[in-house]
Design a protein around this ligand. Structure first.
Ligand code: CKU
Length: 605
């Protein structure tokens, strides 16, 4: 069990959640002397920066954009006097990749892992009815003992530089919302839900964890606000008659209210929207409420102009509108857990999410996505430091599942992205991770991981762990692109025939395929990078997908163009977007729209 609650911050009858978003004081610790100079008590300078946002793309100096090391944030917050006697937390939606929190000069909390929330319990450290100084030291260095993996090097000029083992820019900082929260001493800490549908009715098996022993009651309201069920006790069953199920693009959301009471007195109340649905794998089918679904959609990123990986509510809205327009029904949160608001929106819009932990780059190569295509193998899990990595990975997985388990939109967990899978040492590592996911999830949702190009039958030792076989494949791009595309198709089919011969009786899903395309380039006849080639490529791949019944979904890489580290393979970022970074369609978007609008939800059932 985690040492703080992961529940989303809300104001209720008993709780207060005050946003700390806005302008914070900001300072880059180029000299690496922040601790020694007493930054914990207040940082130097007058520069202000928005939170939430990545710090990198606001400034005009390259040394700031590429800065690797510690950055410091500061804000004064007023803690109301009437909160005294409650528990007071500061909750960070994310601090990338690690943070130390100081209040009034004193170190209160630290956290590692840049894409999941954490709380600093400041109850004993704040002055009530007064301003308090909050200082946060955020560090963005990459290592092989934390996820995502990478290295930090030092250049001859003495500056540090991030070398990610992954293909997205190492954006960092306070990239998600920060809240000041007050909750009662005895409060709802966590809850789990599991669903059973029988005929027109549904049962919700629930269990609630609180920090005390007082009575618990759980009440369910429908969309009209009418009571749909009521139950008492820390665990039990909510019986819902004539249940409205949560369905793809027809999401029905109930409101679950959890109360702790002492006789007539309310001690705590927490509420959340939930959806009644089941998820199951049967043979090669992915079943939602017992009915087969075919996934259409994207691998995405949290990435946009100016704010980088910072959460942007407007960009989120636009992305969902585009996904509806194109006929998508799902996405994978490549390559890290996204902002919580995105899952809330998916719950509401009826999108299916494959929720990925930030275990990317577990393949020792700076350009793993390239080298893997050449068949290169690395014994990534045989390092002396592997136990440390496993520990960080397990912790992140626990945080992820605790945070996201009650979203109806989350239908599967992606536990690793493109790891090394060919060495014997990979097997026990995978076993621990896959077992933990099942242990933590009462719904026992399907588990998967995205297989890199060299993870093929005969080489990959880890695919048996997966409930859904998720492939990242680039035949026609990294392998035999351009005029050689006909050979790419032959090789692609050859690999799929080899998978078919294994008769795994599991669903296959394409979690990546795509071609870099400049939104500005047209060329007839096509060349690689032109919009014409993206269409040619998509037509080839789609015809392959249509030939194999066990392929139960296609999530193209990527939803939109995104920023990466600079280099000769990337033209100011990865251009595999179906939309540009500014969220306008490339020609391929119209092609996919035509296809996806036509494919029924139960395609290949
Ligand atoms: C993508 C084997 C494919 C790995 N995949 C990872 C993803 O993060 C990259 O952006 C490849 C690409 O476009 O190369």
């Amino acid at each position: 069990m985690l040492e703080y609650s992961m529940l989303y911050p809300r104001t209720t009858k008993s709780r207060r959640a005050v946003s700390m978003d806005g302008m914070w004081k900001f300072h880059l610790d180029q000299e690496e002397w922040g601790e020694e100079k007493g930054f914990a008590e207040g940082i130097p300078g007058k520069d202000l920066i928005p939170v939430p946002a990545s710090f990198q793309d606001f400034y005009t100096g390259k040394e700031i954009r590429e800065f690797t090391g510690d950055v410091w944030y500061e804000k004064d917050i007023f803690v109301p006097g009437e909160w005294e006697g409650n528990k007071i937390f500061i909750r960070f939606g994310a601090a990338t990749h690690r943070a130390v929190v100081f209040v009034n000069g004193k170190e209160i909390a630290s956290h590692e892992g840049g894409f999941l929330p954490f709380c600093a319990d400041v109850t004993e450290h704040v002055c009530y009815n007064a301003y308090n100084k909050v200082v946060v030291k955020v560090n963005n260095e990459l290592t092989v003992t934390n996820i995502p993996c990478g290295e930090t090097i030092t250049l001859p000029n003495g500056r540090k530089m991030s070398k990610p083992y992954f293909d997205f820019f190492n954006y960092s900082g306070l990239q998600r919302s920060v809240y000041l929260m007050s909750v009662p001493k005895e409060y709802v800490f966590d809850f789990d839900l599991d669903y059973k549908i029988s005929g027109r009715d549904a049962e919700i098996n629930y269990s609630v964890q609180t920090t005390g022993e007082h009575a618990v009651e759980v009440e369910l309201f429908d969309e009209e606000g009418k009571q749909a069920a009521l139950a008492k006790g820390k665990s039990g069953v909510l019986e819902v008659e004539n249940a409205h199920l949560w369905r793809v693009h027809k999401a029905y959301l109930y409101r679950l209210v959890i109360r702790i009471t002492d006789g007539d007195r309310l001690l705590d109340e927490y509420e959340q929207e939930i959806g009644i649905r089941t998820v199951e794998i049967k043979g090669t089918s992915i079943l939602l409420n017992g009915k087969p679904v075919y996934l259409k959609g994207f691998g995405k990123h949290e990435d946009s102009d100016i704010v980088g990986r910072g959460f942007q509510i407007g960009v989120m809205k636009r992305d969902f509108e585009l996904m509806k327009w194109i006929g998508a029904n799902s996405f994978r949160t490549a390559h890290y857990p996204y902002s919580e608001e995105i899952y809330q929106m998916a719950d509401r819009e009826g999108f299916l999410i494959i929720d990925e932990v930030a275990a990317v780059g577990l393949f020792a190569s700076l350009m793993n996505f390239m080298e893997a295509s050449t068949g290169k193998e690395t014994a990534f899990f045989e390092k002396e430091t592997t136990p440390l990595l496993l520990k960080a990975h397990k912790r992140a997985l626990e945080e992820l599942i605790t945070r996201d388990k009650n979203h109806p939109s989350v239908i599967a967990w992606s536990l690793l992205n493109e790891p090394e899978t060919s060495s014997d040492a990979a097997v026990p590592y995978f076993k621990e991770i896959f077992d933990l996911a099942h242990e933590l999830d009462v719904q026992k949702r399907p588990r998967t991981f995205a297989l890199v190009m060299n993870s093929v039958p005969g080489v990959c030792k880890c695919y048996p762990f997966s409930d859904i076989i998720a492939l990242n494949r680039y035949y026609g791009w990294y392998v035999k692109g351009g005029y050689e595309i006909s050979e790419a198709e032959v090789l692609f089919r050859k690999e799929l025939d080899a998978w078919k011969a294994l008769n795994l009786n599991k669903p296959f899903l394409f979690t990546e395929y795509g071609a870099d395309t400049m939104g500005t380039e047209h060329k007839l006849p096509s060349v690689m990078w032109s919009q014409e080639y993206q269409e040619e490529y998509l037509n080839m791949v789609n015809s392959v997908f249509d030939s194999y019944d066990f392929i139960k979904g296609e999530q193209v890489w990527n939803f939109a163009d995104f920023q990466t580290t600079e280099g000769i393979l990337r033209v100011n970022g990865n251009k595999k977007g179906i939309f540009t970074r500014q969220r306008q369609p490339k020609d391929g978007a119209y092609l996919l729209r035509k296809r996806w609008k036509k494919l029924p939800l139960d395609y290949k059932a």
